[in-house]
Design a binder for this molecule. Structure first.
Ligand SMILES: [Zn+2]
Length: 642
């Protein structure tokens, strides 16, 4: 229904969206009460009252979920659907083609339809934590723009649990920790905004007010499985407060009434990062922010999702913004939506102290090296990974380097670093990508939650407003063409070069430590060309690399190396001792129930990527990651469930 809008000017778009946002067309709101009191048993319940008229009615649940970039609406988990009118049960029939839709006939004289439904929840819920993304429980008229459907939400949580959400509570006292058994009511909104306003609830709940000098207000709402974890350490809280100040300085606008970082700390609820306009749904492991080593792989989580409030939520590619959650989203500009956010999230993490400038460079080296040795780039453009996003999201790791995955994230990071350093070069360091953000993301000044779509042409125009250049050509070359090598120009313009060393960087050592995400495995991707776990399991084999030539395959397991039982150290020793010799590395490999031997013909030793400073050139990379504001220790206020 809204496939292309290139002929409309931004002003016309802004006007139409501003006009439409405040007052939903449908006067009487749907009433929905989400009951999470059964969350520990992995069940959410909803009671919904819908204003109706006599005649045929089609209701729907959401299908294409914003931010997921694919049709993940949980209709298969919705159960116990019962409709009643004036106390009498009403029959329904599912649509034969669109399985998200329910058809009913409303009898004469009925003005309110009651619906009950349950959702079986398989993720982001524990004995002590519940996360509610509202698509789990939503039901509303089909074929209607979701921003035109008024809805008033209410919430019940287990006794003693606290609530974090960007929804505006009604009435005093009950929020964020409601009295036992009481219902929290929230101000009426529309279905589009409700879907965009998740709730976290938990037994061990803390709300921290952040950076009180910044308007509007920002909060960090934390729930955890263990009581001590939600008392986050002061250094981390100061870094998140820095993030609020840094984003305020960088984006020079806000598109929310208040912002809530919603965070779960749990080994069961797991890793998550989902953006919303006025909040973000973040999950890390129980000790994910407990010390610097655990924090490194998650350093850019909050800065990435926060950036999406501007880039992705306020400004959204035209094909990714549809009037309802039934129309397919188009991913062609995800290298802006996700790719630029990947860049800005990492830059803001370094500026805020969530990681260091050196760690920023170590992670960037890994990203650049991975992309440069991604053989899938020989047949598929970065742009194609964006267009195909909805079918690439959950692929297996096997042969993923040949297939390519969601490369629009890291490719976008390199592309926007290239653009940033190019602007600095062209303007004798007087301007930067920061100036582009002040045009592109701050258009219209401060607003409440609002979605303003954009096209490729607007991106090129706004870059030209910073400094004239063939920006359309620059972007097309990097996105649409087959490029056998990664875009390393930003690193080089930034005063560094990508090199390979025989020892991992400090950042990579942290990532591969037994505490890190690779769980003590050995990185031999740039040497042997395998992704191997600490137990010898092969997750992926680099297409055309030494292990590929030795006919190894993902899913196999290395049992022994050069006559010794497999260990990361045994494999490392074998790579070292084959260096510069003609001696091959001999492996015993298990494939399903068979065992065989193979020889890898590789003699270049260990290889780990790093960025090396090119002396005599401006160190723009370090300029980019320097804070814009003065870091300070923020006093954190506490409102606890304890
Ligand atoms: Zn993202």
């Amino acid at each position: 229904m809204r496939n292309t809008l290139p002929s409309l000017t931004l002003l016309a778009l802004l006007t139409s969206f501003l006009a439409a946002a405040p007052a939903p067309a449908q006067k009487t709101p749907i009433q929905i009460t989400a009951d999470l009191s059964d969350a520990p048993r992995k069940l959410y319940h909803a009671e919904i009252d819908l204003p109706v008229q006599a005649g045929p009615l089609t209701l729907t649940t959401p299908q294409w979920i914003p931010g997921d970039h694919r049709p993940t609406g949980p209709v298969d988990s919705i159960t116990g659907v019962v409709f009643t009118a004036n106390g009498q049960p009403l029959p329904w029939r599912r649509d034969d083609v669109d399985l998200f839709q329910f058809h009913l006939t409303i009898p004469k004289g009925v003005t309110t339809l009651h619906a009950h439904l349950d959702c079986i929840v398989t993720a982001r819920v524990t004995q002590k934590i519940a996360v509610l993304e509202w698509e789990k429980l939503l039901l509303y008229p089909a074929h209607t723009p979701v921003r035109d459907i008024a809805i008033q939400p209410s919430l019940i949580v287990p006794a003693g649990w606290g609530i974090g959400t960007a929804l505006e509570p009604l009435g005093p006292g009950a929020y964020p920790v409601p009295a036992n058994g009481s219902t929290t009511h929230f101000a009426a909104t529309n279905v589009e905004q409700l879907q965009d306003s998740p709730v976290i609830a938990g037994r061990y709940f803390h709300e921290f007010a952040l950076a009180p000098t910044v308007t509007p207000k920002h909060y960090l709402d934390v729930v955890s499985d263990e009581p001590e974890d939600s008392s986050l350490r002061p250094a981390f809280l100061a870094e998140v407060a820095n993030l609020v100040r840094e984003a305020d300085a960088l984006y020079a606008s806000h598109h929310y009434n208040a912002y809530h970082f919603l965070l779960t700390l749990s080994d069961v609820a797991g890793i998550e990062g989902l953006e919303h306009g006025q909040s973000s749904n973040n999950g890390v492991n129980e000790k994910g922010y407990a010390d610097d080593a655990h924090q490194l792989p998650m350093a850019d989580l909050l800065s990435h999702e926060f950036t999406h409030s501007w880039n992705g939520k306020y400004r959204r590619p035209v094909g990714l913004y549809q009037p309802d959650f039934a129309t397919a989203q188009q991913g062609a500009l995800l290298w802006v939506y996700e790719g630029m956010t990947q860049y800005l999230g990492n830059v803001l993490a370094a500026r805020s102290g969530l990681d260091t400038q050196a760690q920023f460079r170590d992670l960037l080296a890994l990203t650049a090296a991975r992309l440069d040795s991604r053989p899938g780039r020989q047949w598929r453009s970065t742009g194609d990974t964006a267009i195909a996003a909805s079918i690439l999201r959950e692929g297996s790791q096997a042969w993923s380097n040949w297939k390519r995955g969601q490369d629009y994230y890291p490719e976008g990071e390199l592309l926007w670093l290239d653009a940033d350093t190019l602007i600095r070069k062209l303007t004798a360091n007087k301007k930067s990508l920061d100036d582009f953000q002040k045009i592109f993301l701050a258009k219209g000044g401060n607003t409440g939650p609002l979605i303003v779509p954009y096209t490729f042409d607007e991106i090129a125009q706004d870059l030209n407003a910073v400094v004239p250049y063939d920006w359309a050509g620059f972007l097309h070359d990097r996105v649409d063409k087959i490029n056998p090598h990664a875009d390393l120009a930003g690193i080089e313009q930034g005063g560094y070069k990508l090199v390979y060393k025989d020892k991992p960087s400090a950042g990579e050592r942290t990532l591969t430590s037994s505490e890190g995400p690779h769980g003590g495995g050995l990185d031999c991707w740039f040497s042997l060309g395998i992704e191997v776990g600490a137990d010898g399991s092969i997750y992926d084999v680099r297409w055309n690399g030494p292990a590929d030539k030795a006919r190894l395959a993902p899913g196999e397991k290395i049992l022994a190396v050069n006559g010794r039982i497999f260990s990361s150290d045994a494999l490392k020793d074998a790579i070292k001792s084959a260096k510069g010799t003609s001696q091959t590395i001999s492996l015993i490999v298990q494939a399903e129930s068979f065992v065989s031997t193979t020889e890898i013909d590789y003699h270049d030793g260990e290889r780990y990527p790093a960025l090396e400073r090119v002396e005599g050139t401006p160190a723009l990379l370090d300029e980019i990651t320097k804070p814009l504001t003065t870091p300070e220790k923020a006093p954190a206020e506490n409102k606890d469930a304890e």
